[in-house]
Design a protein around this ligand. Structure first.
Ligand SMILES: *Cc1c(COP(=O)(O)O)cnc(C)c1O
Length: 221
């Protein structure tokens, strides 16, 4: 795990990209080992696993949720999560806002955009995301902060296909940042564009990613 991790970490650091270690299916010991090598941000794709690991690995880790979130499970993650990367509906935003208020906090989120070809993947179309970011009631949701966008490219060996999907997301990201929109950039934080996984993070970074989510390339398997 050591060399793979440090190579990826250095590569991300060099490119000013935030590295999220995706620890789904990995043990608390594996998480702790990576944490001791300096990794602070971890991501999980299932609510139950995220909650258990947060409770088990009692460290100052920042936890991201990167997988689909059902409205009725929002209450389990809102108390501690540092970024929900997978918001794919207005209804979900409303519930996160409500739970955040009850927990007396502001929750950072990304909108997940469907860019890949897989029909089953969750995510908003560009138009649906546009509608959310221009929603007249968005400003009232003062317990959420939309920090940017997340997307997953198709599972394919076709590099051109992957590259063009990332490129389309980057273009949309620029449109949303420059237009009058709900993308919130507080203080000196630039907006977040989360794209790139083990098999495609180098392409994603070339295409303008600011955050990558990497599991198997770090942990193996
Ligand atoms: C599993 C997962 C990743 C990491 O995938 P790897 O191919 O193991 O790097 C990234 N993002 C999401 C949403 C995932 O579910």
């Amino acid at each position: 795990m050591g060399t793979r991790y440090s190579e990826i970490k250095n590569y991300c650091h060099h490119n000013h990209v935030t590295l999220v270690a995706i620890s789904k299916t990995r043990t608390p010991d594996q998480i702790l080992e990576l944490n001791e090598q300096g990794q602070k941000i971890f991501g999980e794709n299932k609510v139950q696993e995220l909650v258990v690991k947060h409770e088990t690995v009692n460290k100052s880790i920042e936890w991201h949720l990167v997988g689909h979130l059902q409205t009725n499970k929002v209450k389990f993650v809102v108390p501690f999560v540092s970024l929900i990367q997978s918001v794919d509906s207005w209804k979900l935003l409303l519930e996160i806002n409500k739970q955040a208020k009850q927990n007396n906090r502001v929750v950072d989120v990304l909108l997940q955009i469907h860019i890949g070809r897989e029909l089953t993947k969750f995510g908003l179309s560009f138009q649906e995301a546009r509608e959310i970011l221009h929603h007249p009631e968005l400003a009232k949701l003062n317990r959420i902060s939309i920090k940017g966008l997340m997307g997953m490219a198709s599972l394919t060996d076709n590099e051109n296909q992957i590259r063009s999907e990332f490129r389309s997301l980057k273009l949309f990201f620029e449109e949303m940042k420059s237009g009058v929109s709900g993308l919130q950039m507080t203080g000196s934080d630039p907006a977040t564009l989360s794209m790139g996984m083990s098999n495609d993070f180098r392409i994603a970074i070339e295409e303008g990613s600011t955050m990558v989510r990497i599991g198997s390339a770090i942990f193996g398997g």
